[in-house]
Ligand binder design. Structure first.
Ligand code: SF4
Length: 334
């Protein structure tokens, strides 16, 4: 799983809410006591959230919101914002922080892209985030299904912008190039943690390769927006996070997300600490100083949290930067 596997069971208030067949959304696993800044309001039963669930169920789509037990599910679904997870709900990898099931994956569903496009229409999405499980069993790593989904959304919902949150495609030849050629509006691939912790957290992945993949996206399509995220709470140091930021900027990544790792179950990697909000603010400031166009850093930040709003800001930030550069170069010429 490439992506939001850091996402976690909801806070105590949500987990202990009365279960009912239709009224309560989201996972129901018990969780440990959390600091106040990570406790969520139980708003998963709003009419809009229930409608979001109905649309997703009727279209038989998986979401990372549910599979990864995201703490933001109530809020996002109440705004009809969900992250679709394609290529089934079973991942071929077993990352230590990830809550998605692993094992023998489902066959590729060639009718899925049409349903992904339909969800954009039925939920009236301005911006759609599409992610997937890792599919190391497929010759293209799942790239073809990403492309089919992008094409289907473009055809049926041409005003919906598209963000892909991809796996690393296990370096399958031509896989990345195919997805970039389909021109998603945002290409997201998470680094997840600092390189020292890869052997523990992302055993089947390579930090260098993931970074290279993001740099390659920009080389292949300089107009694209690239995005990547990491988690705090796996044992990283502050300086290691700053070093990752430097390497992200060297790879020309536009948008960084930083959130809190929350341990899904006792079988997953332990969480070393709750980083306080002030630390996220300090990192956000450092990221802005390093030149990222957009920064989202908070305990509840996830790759797709507020992705529609953030995309609009990303576009505006690039325009402002281009205008500033043009202004600077014309005053130099004078
Ligand atoms: S933050 Fe992303 S994964 Fe979590 S509920 Fe919102 S859209 Fe879904």
């Amino acid at each position: 799983m490439s992506d939001e596997s850091k996402l976690m069971p909801p806070a105590r208030e949500v987990a202990t809410a009365a279960p009912s067949a239709n009224s309560q959304l989201g996972p129901d696993r018990p969780s440990q006591r959390r600091p106040a800044w990570l406790r969520m309001r139980p708003i998963g039963s709003s009419p809009a959230a229930l409608e979001t669930r109905k649309v997703l169920r009727d279209l038989d789509l998986h979401t990372v919101c549910e599979e990864a037990a995201c703490p933001n599910l109530g809020e996002c679904w109440s705004q009809k914002h969900a992250t679709v997870m394609i290529l089934g709900s079973v991942c071929t990898r077993k990352c230590g922080f990830c809550n998605v099931k692993t094992g023998r994956p489902d066959p590729v569903d060639f009718a899925e892209p049409a349903r992904v496009a339909q969800v954009a229409v039925e939920l009236g999405l301005r911006h759609l985030v599409i992610t997937s499980v890792d599919r190391d069993d497929l010759s293209d790593g799942g790239a073809g299904q990403f492309v089919r989904c992008i094409e289907a959304v473009r055809a049926l919902a041409p005003h919906t912008t598209i963000e892909v949150l991809t796996p690393d495609f296990q370096r399958k030849v031509g896989a990345l190039e195919r997805v970039v050629a389909a021109r998603p509006d945002v290409f997201n691939h998470n680094l997840e943690t600092v390189p020292r912790l890869y052997r523990m957290a992302r055993r089947a992945a390579s930090y260098t390769h993931s970074l290279h993949l993001l740099a390659q996206v920009k080389q292949l399509d300089p107009q694209s927006f690239t995005k990547s995220g990491i988690m705090l709470g796996l044992g990283e140091t502050y300086d290691e996070v700053l070093a990752v930021m430097e390497e992200m900027r060297a790879a020309d990544i536009d948008f960084i997300t930083i959130g809190q790792y929350l341990r899904p179950t006792q079988k997953h990697l332990p969480m070393t600490r709750y980083a306080p909000p002030e630390e996220f603010e300090a990192l956000a400031q450092a990221a802005r100083e390093k030149g990222f166009l957009m920064v989202s850093a908070s305990p509840l930040t996830r790759s797709s949290y507020h992705a529609d709003r953030d995309f609009a800001q990303l576009v505006a930030a690039r325009r402002a930067k281009l205008a500033q550069n043009a202004c600077a170069s014309s005053s130099t010429q004078i």
